[in-house]
Design a protein. Structure first.
Length: 262
C-alpha cells in the first residue's frame, strides 16, 4: 500500500458530564500508549459539562502534557464535539473513542499498528471472532444488531458494527470526507460510510467493549434521527462517479431514524 508511515496519533474523546471516569480514561490511555511507544496527543472536548469534567481535564493536563482539553461552547452535540476535535488535532491519524472507559486502550495500539500497515481506516467490531462485550444491556444489544443489519443490507458492505464510534482513520480520510454533517450520534454512521463509499481502504479488527461503570449514557434516539438539510447533503459530492448511487443511499440513511451506537 502506498501510504506513508505515520508520525503522530491523535485520540479524540468527546466528554460531557464524565467527572467519574474521564481522568482514569486519560491516564490509562496515556500509560498504554507511552509503554508501547506510540507518539500521541489526547484531544478531549468538553461538550457543555455541568459537573467537574472541565476542572478535572485542566488538572490532568498538568500531569500529562500530551493532553489537549478543548471546550465546545455550543451548539452542543456528540457529532459537533467530535468534529471540533478533528479540527483541532495535529496528528496524521486519529482514533475516536469514548470517555467512559468502555473502549479498551490496548485496542488503540492495535489500530495504530494496523494503520501503519498502510490501511486508510481501521474499523473495530465487537461481533466478529475475537471481539466481545461485557455487561451489554439486552435491549440495547437487540437494537444495535437490528440497526447494524439495516445499514449492512443498505450498503452491502462487510462491516457488522458500523454504529460503534470506536474507529481509526488517517487524516487524509478525514479531510477527504468533509464536510462532516452530523451534529449528534449519527456521526458514528456518517464517517465510516463516507470512507467506504469513497473507496478508501479499510480493515476490521476484533475489539472488546465494556458497559460504563460511572455516569449515564448520553445516547438519545431522537438525536440519531436529526435531519441535515438535503441541500447540504447534495453539496457533499462523492469523488468516485461509480459511488453515486451508494452516496444517495447515504443521504437517505443520514436522514433516517435511530441508529443506536452502543
Amino acid at each position: 500500500m502506498p501510504n506513508q508511515p505515520l508520525t503522530l496519533l491523535s485520540i479524540v474523546i468527546p466528554a460531557r458530564d464524565e467527572e467519574g471516569c474521564v481522568a482514569s480514561t486519560i491516564e490509562h490511555l496515556h500509560l498504554e500508549l507511552q509503554l508501547r511507544g506510540v507518539p500521541h496527543e489526547i484531544v478531549v472536548i468538553d461538550d457543555g459539562s455541568t459537573d467537574r469534567t472541565w476542572t478535572i481535564l485542566q488538572e490532568e493536563q498538568k500531569k500529562i502534557p500530551e493532553l489537549k482539553p478543548i471546550k465546545n461552547p455550543g451548539p452542543h452535540g456528540f457529532g459537533r464535539a467530535i468534529t471540533r476535535g478533528l479540527d483541532a488535532m495535529t496528528g496524521d491519524a486519529v482514533v475516536i473513542m469514548m470517555a467512559d472507559e468502555s473502549d479498551d486502550c490496548r485496542d488503540v495500539v492495535r489500530y495504530w499498528e494496523k494503520l501503519n500497515e498502510g490501511f486508510d481506516c481501521v474499523f473495530g467490531s465487537r461481533f466478529v471472532k475475537g471481539g466481545g462485550t461485557i455487561d451489554y444491556p439486552r435491549f440495547k444489544l437487540l437494537m444495535n444488531r437490528l440497526a447494524n443489519l439495516f445499514v449492512r443490507l443498505l450498503f452491502n458492505h462487510g462491516l457488522n458494527d458500523t454504529t460503534n464510534a470506536f474507529k481509526a482513520y488517517r487524516k487524509t480520510v478525514i479531510d477527504g470526507i468533509r464536510p462532516i454533517l452530523s451534529p449528534h450520534f449519527n456521526i458514528t454512521v456518517e464517517l465510516p460510510l463516507k470512507a467506504i463509499v469513497r473507496e478508501y481502504t479499510w480493515t476490521i479488527l476484533p475489539i472488546t467493549w465494556r458497559n460504563r461503570r460511572h455516569g449515564v449514557a448520553k445516547l438519545k434516539l431522537k438525536e440519531m434521527g436529526s435531519r441535515p438539510p438535503r441541500s447540504r447533503v447534495r453539496e457533499n459530492v462523492v469523488k468516485a462517479p461509480s459511488s453515486a448511487f451508494s452516496f444517495q443511499l447515504f443521504s437517505m440513511s443520514a436522514c433516517s431514524p435511530a441508529f443506536p451506537q452502543s
